[in-house]
Design a protein around this ligand. Structure first.
Ligand SMILES: CC(C)(COP(=O)(O)OP(=O)(O)OC[C@H]1O[C@@H](n2cnc3c(N)ncnc32)[C@H](O)[C@@H]1OP(=O)(O)O)[C@@H](O)C(=O)NCCC(=O)NCCS
Length: 142
């Protein structure tokens, strides 16, 4: 997919392409879900998850992290497009690429969202009340 100036959108799991400063800046400064997460903890999750950098040309414009066993289960988290690049179709294009990645195409997907249900619905995600009666949660220690 091309951006406004015809620049290509690339979605890559090459860890060398992760812009750690931008990931820390967005998650701690702008996200509604990870503001209190410590830098060393965020950096650790970059090592232990399958991470995708979303690039417009050479510019880092977004990020997604998948916790996965690459067979049965994929948990999408810390997914964002930087504010100045939102609503241009990049999130849709990036997520479409990620969910069809060979390593992730066999397992079920799960995610949590406060506001973006419609965005995910268009990509095949559903709010499944039947399934959620089976889900149990053990919260993190304080
Ligand atoms: C959610 C997000 C990743 C979508 O990426 P994007 O590149 O902006 O999305 P696209 O341009 O591909 O799609 C835009 C469409 O999704 C809708 N959408 C995007 N974010 C939304 C949100 N938080 N709530 C409701 N709708 C949303 C837009 O209204 C738009 O709909 P339209 O086509 O009818 O105008 C991005 O907006 C973002 O980073 N938001 C802030 C962080 C966030 O909420 N992350 C997800 C946490 S689960």
């Amino acid at each position: 997919m091309s951006g406004a100036q015809g620049v290509e959108l690339t979605v890559t799991s090459d860890v060398g392409r992760i812009d750690r400063e931008k990931v820390l800046g967005y998650l701690q400064g702008e996200s509604y879900w990870a503001r209190g997460r410590r830098s060393e903890d965020i950096l650790r999750t970059l090592e232990t998850s399958l991470c995708f950098s979303i690039l417009l040309g050479d510019e880092f414009v977004g990020f997604a992290r998948v916790i996965t066993d690459q067979v049965t289960f994929n948990y999408l988290c810390d997914f964002f497009i930087l504010p100045e690049h939102q609503n241009k179709g990049f999130g849709t294009q990036a997520l479409r690429t990620i969910i069809s990645d060979d390593r992730l195409s066999r397992g079920m997907w799960i995610l949590f969202t406060k506001t973006a249900h419609e965005f995910y619905r268009r990509l095949g995600f559903v709010q499944d009340d039947g399934f959620f009666t089976r889900v149990m949660v053990k919260h993190r220690p304080e």
